[in-house]
Design a binder for this molecule. Structure first.
Ligand SMILES: C[S@@+](CC[C@H](N)C(=O)[O-])C[C@H]1O[C@@H](n2cnc3c(N)ncnc32)[C@H](O)[C@@H]1O
Ligand code: SF4
Length: 475
């Protein structure tokens, strides 16, 4: 397999090249590239020369968004063939992270889900099966993405720490227990959250949903967890959707459950990833299957929290019978939501460096697992309600969130479809301001480095105030 690529040339074409190289399993590697891509603009035409394995290939297209898309599609087919991958998989030449966002845009333009999916099929050669899934998700989401006003927002709070590192994951900034400036972090985070409260009052915002994610938010010590959660709870009215990622049972305590209850949290995640102890150990989770059972029963017996459960298809040593077992568990217990992820091998994750490629199931096996999960979940009454794709995913598949009817996590829809403003607190989080009808975004990214976040929090909040003021235009 080829690993690295390097591109030089016009920037707009560069982002298309990056997406399509990623979809063919290539990482940007300027120092040691296997594939060299050099582009120029000549008149109103792009010319892209690709050098790989001693051969050169030329791609051309007009200097327009359609021209860039055409070059990207031809490049994807070429690179996937060289990689020994199926050049035309179920998603055809569609490489975007948010296919349903495009679907909604096309529903707005062409007037119906049927017309929108027809255009997607014609432009990207997406299979009938994927189009049916897109249509089902579009239909579920439509009432939530329509009629959002400028003053409706969601709020996100991100805790970028965990207490152990899962081998496939590139999310966390680090281990909480090893971070020296924990007190400064909590202080800055509380300032950040309180500042959102002042924005909410000043601009008279309607907070639709609130999501505390990570990392592992429940990694905070009980006192800090309670303080942060209490401060967050002031941002949202009683009865609204308030979700906390409590995915790792090893990070939960009875006290933290009390805080969830006291702060009116309505949904949590309990994330097995797999219901197999050997694989859990290999991927570095700090919990076993029994811990999942225990936490699930505790939540069902002592709270009325809605539960989401995350699974991954394609983990090292995973076989079909593991997915059968996972789905048996789900169908017996029926959590409100289930998310089936497809393994993405991310640079920056230990899995990438450990070179465990041999232990990772073949993409055809992963495809079968994902298909099997879909059939079992749908038989059990679940419907798909959000979908996203990532680069470097096994088989170029997708992540799908399923829900029992009427139980969806609306924040996931708001976040994925990018039609509602989301104001975010915490290092590495992003705020996005959206306005109909084009939903072009103003954005603010908080620094990923927690110490930089702590040290610059005042100026970050000032910048956020300026962005809010220009968006909501208070003189
Ligand atoms: C941002 S993580 C946070 C969840 C929480 N910290 C936990 O692990 O329980 C959300 C989900 O993304 C999925 N995920 C993370 N890295 C992944 C990868 N490389 N490939 C596929 N899924 C991944 C996992 O299922 C995980 O539960
Ligand atoms: S999967 Fe969750 S717990 Fe594991 S390292 Fe990533 S964010 Fe942390």
């Amino acid at each position: 397999m080829l690993n690295g690529y390097h591109y030089t040339g016009p920037l707009p074409l560069g982002s298309v090249v990056a997406h399509n190289c990623g979809a063919a399993g290539l990482f940007s590697d300027p120092l040691n590239p296997d594939v060299l891509l050099v582009a120029v603009e000549e008149g109103d035409c792009y010319i892209l020369i690709v050098s790989v394995c001693g051969q050169e290939r030329r791609f051309e297209g007009p200097v327009t968004s359609l021209g860039r898309r055409k070059i990207g599609q031809d490049l994807l087919v070429f690179l996937r063939e060289i990689q020994g991958l199926d050049p035309y998989n179920e998603w055809g030449t569609m490489v975007g992270v948010r296919p349903t966002k495009l679907l909604h845009k096309y529903i707005d333009t062409y007037g119906s889900i049927e017309e929108a999916t027809r255009h997607i099929r014609d432009e990207f050669s997406v299979s009938k099966e994927k189009l049916d899934t897109l249509a089902a998700i579009g239909a579920y989401q439509r009432p939530y993405v329509e009629g959002i006003t400028d003053k409706d927002i969601s709020i996100y709070c991100g805790i970028p720490f965990c207490d152990t590192r899962c081998v496939y994951c590139s999310f966390p900034y680090g281990l909480y227990q090893s971070y020296e400036y924990r007190d400064d972090f909590i202080k800055s985070l509380l300032l950040d959250i309180e500042d959102i409260q002042s924005l909410r009052q000043r601009y008279v915002l309607n907070v639709d949903t609130l999501y505390m994610g990570g990392g592992t938010p429940t990694v905070l010590d009980e006192q800090s967890f309670h303080k942060v959660l209490t401060s967050l709870s002031h941002l949202i009215e009683e009865g609204r959707e308030f979700t906390v990622e409590a995915g790792r049972p090893d990070s939960m305590t009875k006290e933290k459950f009390k805080s969830l209850q006291a702060c009116r949290v309505s949904r949590i995640s309990i994330n097995p990833q797999t219901m197999d102890d050997d694989i859990l150990r290999i991927i570095g989770r700090g919990h076993n299957v029994q811990d999942i059972h225990d936490m699930y029963s505790y939540v069902r017996n002592h709270t009325n929290l809605a539960i989401n459960m995350d699974f991954i298809a394609g983990l090292p040593y995973q076989e079909m019978h593991h997915m059968v077992h996972n789905m048996d568990y789900i169908c017996q217990n029926l959590p409100e939501n289930v998310t089936i992820h497809t393994l993405a091998i991310k640079r920056g994750s230990p899995l990438y460096d450990l070179q465990m490629q041999e232990q990772i199931p073949h993409e055809s096996v992963v495809r079968d697992m994902v298909q099997y999960a879909k059939e079992r979940l749908e038989e059990a009454g679940y419907v798909p309600y959000y979908l996203y794709r990532q680069q470097y995913m096994k088989g170029q598949l997708e992540n799908i969130g399923y829900t029992l009817p009427g139980k969806a996590c609306i924040y996931n829809i708001n976040m994925m479809e990018e039609r509602q403003t989301i104001i975010s607190a915490g290092p590495g989080s992003s705020s996005k301001w959206m306005k109909a009808p084009l939903f072009r975004q103003k954005k603010q990214h908080m620094p990923k480095d927690v110490t930089v976040y702590n040290e610059t929090i005042q100026s970050l909040l000032e910048k956020r105030h300026a962005l809010c003021n220009s968006f909501w235009e208070v003189p």
